[in-house]
Write a protein of this length. Structure first.
Length: 511
């Protein structure tokens, strides 16, 4: 009998391990980038489609928490905010050599004295933003945090006879400016105080550190990049070559090793020095030549914070989420990898000086509803000015959307998409559902008039249907044509409606 019990225990323990492992593996196997994603193409030929056996994504609990967020803000801020009205650091590529050199010296005088992390987080919290993404380092290579890493080689763009790589020794960070404060630390500390989730953006590319040449669209091209651009992240851009260092020597082995070590160390700093980080918003890619080293970096980050959600850019299916940029997908995605739309409020993700270019609160609301109904989430992009202050029009737009969420947030936060194609009816109706499936939320993007008819929802018998923000239940009936909800005469006056755009109906659904 004892022998039987012994083998039974062994069998049950083995079965438990097998089930747990199968569950973990099934979660990982279901997470992949859509092949139509713009950042899948550049890495698909060298990043293995199925991650290596010892790799695990963030936990199911981390994915669930990510899917609950729904609405966030994306902030681009860096040296480019002092020179470019839009486009983040991308315009640097097109600058002539003398302007490139001038740009690289900006940090010596930059003093964003208007920056106040507490004011930022108060604004976000009061207006329904559940997370923020911030550029710890954009492609230009300037770190907005107190990195202990050092840049050892850079380009002198105005050297006699043309650009030349020279020795240097600096962090190239916000600490070396007259401002001298760790912006990332102040933002993370304030976010933790306000319960706002943190997403730190970090570009794989670095256009200042010459060790990174010619990886990731570097303005420093080399013979190897010209011959084999796929090895360096498609770094060779003919239409911009006139403003590039053309052609610098190929990096030596020790330079590439120094590059990957500094890249890894900076990411480790972000996951070590600032408390819990919910997401790392990786950007760009480094190419097939150093992919094995980047893969080891991703594993190292997992060991530091196993539940950090990694954006998939540059790492393919090792990522945990992806970000359709500048559009909301036309339908639901066919992957278990969650997604967050990133969409600038102005013409770019950085500071927008023209108030007329801000798209407005109703634009935020409609895109938020559209993304969430399809199973995704929405992140609106803004940037502060050179002093660290947001444009008044951007603040006004955020407050408009925040006012709408105070009334209608129940149908947005922590909801899920309905099955199949039931996320919409026609062009102006979108749906979400509560996670327990008790309620369906119907969003009318246009005012429905005296009656709202829905074909795909059947209320529970004897239940009430309400418009969020209105105390009195609405009259309804179910017939062969579907559900008919009567809109009271009092609400035909726009001044008496609970909000000015997109009205939400809560329906207790029949089982």
């Amino acid at each position: 009998m004892k022998i039987f019990q012994y083998f039974l225990i062994l069998y049950l323990c083995g079965l438990t391990v097998l089930v747990a492992d199968t569950r973990a593996q099934s979660i990982d196997d279901a997470i992949w980038l859509p092949r139509t994603d713009a950042h899948y193409g550049p890495v698909k030929d060298y990043v293995e489609e199925i991650p290596v056996a010892d790799y695990r994504h963030a936990s199911p609990e981390a994915f669930e928490a990510f899917r609950d967020i729904k609405y966030g803000i994306r902030i681009h801020w860096g040296l480019y905010s002092t020179r470019f009205s839009g486009g983040e650091s991308w315009p640097f590529l097109d600058l002539p050599f003398d302007k490139k050199q001038e740009y690289q010296e900006i940090y010596k005088t930059w003093n964003p004295s208007g920056f106040n992390a507490e004011e930022w987080m108060t604004l976000f919290q009061e207006n329904g933003l559940r997370m923020f993404a911030f550029t710890s380092k954009h492609h230009e290579g300037f770190s907005m945090f107190d990195t202990q890493t050092r840049v050892r080689r850079r380009v002198n763009w105005t050297a006699p006879g043309g650009p030349r790589i020279e020795d240097c020794d600096l962090a190239y960070s916000i600490i070396e400016t007259p401002f001298g404060r760790d912006v990332v630390k102040e933002l993370c500390d304030a976010a933790h105080q306000h319960g706002i989730k943190i997403d730190l953006y970090f570009s794989h590319s670095d256009w200042y550190d010459a060790d990174f040449r010619p990886y990731g669209y570097s303005p420093i091209t080399t013979p190897g990049a010209a011959e084999h651009p796929e090895l360096y992240g498609n770094a060779y851009i003919l239409d911009r070559a006139k403003n590039f260092f053309f052609i610098a020597p190929d990096p030596k082995a020790e330079e590439e090793a120094r590059m990957t070590a500094r890249h890894r160390r900076q990411l480790e700093e972000l996951l070590t020095n600032y408390g819990k980080i919910d997401m790392l918003c990786l950007d760009m890619w480094l190419g097939g030549r150093v992919w094995p080293e980047l893969r080891e970096t991703i594993k190292a980050l997992r060991r530091l914070q196993p539940d950090v959600m990694l954006r998939a850019r540059g790492i393919g299916n090792y990522g945990d989420y992806y970000t359709p940029e500048g559009f909301v997908p036309g339908s639901k995605e066919n992957t278990a990898m969650p997604w967050f739309v990133i969409y600038p409020l102005g013409r770019s993700f950085s500071y927008e000086p023209d108030p007329a270019q801000h798209k407005g609160g109703p634009w935020i609301v409609r895109n938020l509803i559209d993304a969430v109904s399809k199973g995704g989430a929405f992140m609106v992009g803004i940037g502060p000015d050179t002093k660290g202050r947001f444009h008044p029009k951007a603040v006004e737009n955020l407050k408009e959307a925040g006012g709408w969420l105070k009334v209608n947030g129940e149908g947005i936060y922590a909801t899920r998409s309905r099955e199949g194609d039931l996320w919409k009816e026609g062009p102006d109706i979108r749906f979400t559902r509560s996670k327990d499936r008790r309620y369906v939320y119907a969003f009318a993007l246009g005012w429905p008039g005296g009656n709202l008819r829905l074909k795909s929802v059947r209320p529970k018998a004897g239940s009430t249907v309400t418009m969020l923000g209105v105390k009195e239940p609405l009259k309804w009936r179910q017939d062969s044509g579907g559900l008919s909800i009567e809109i009271p005469e009092t609400l035909q006056d726009p001044a008496r409606r609970p909000c000015g755009t997109a009205w939400t109906f809560r329906i207790e659904a029949a089982p």
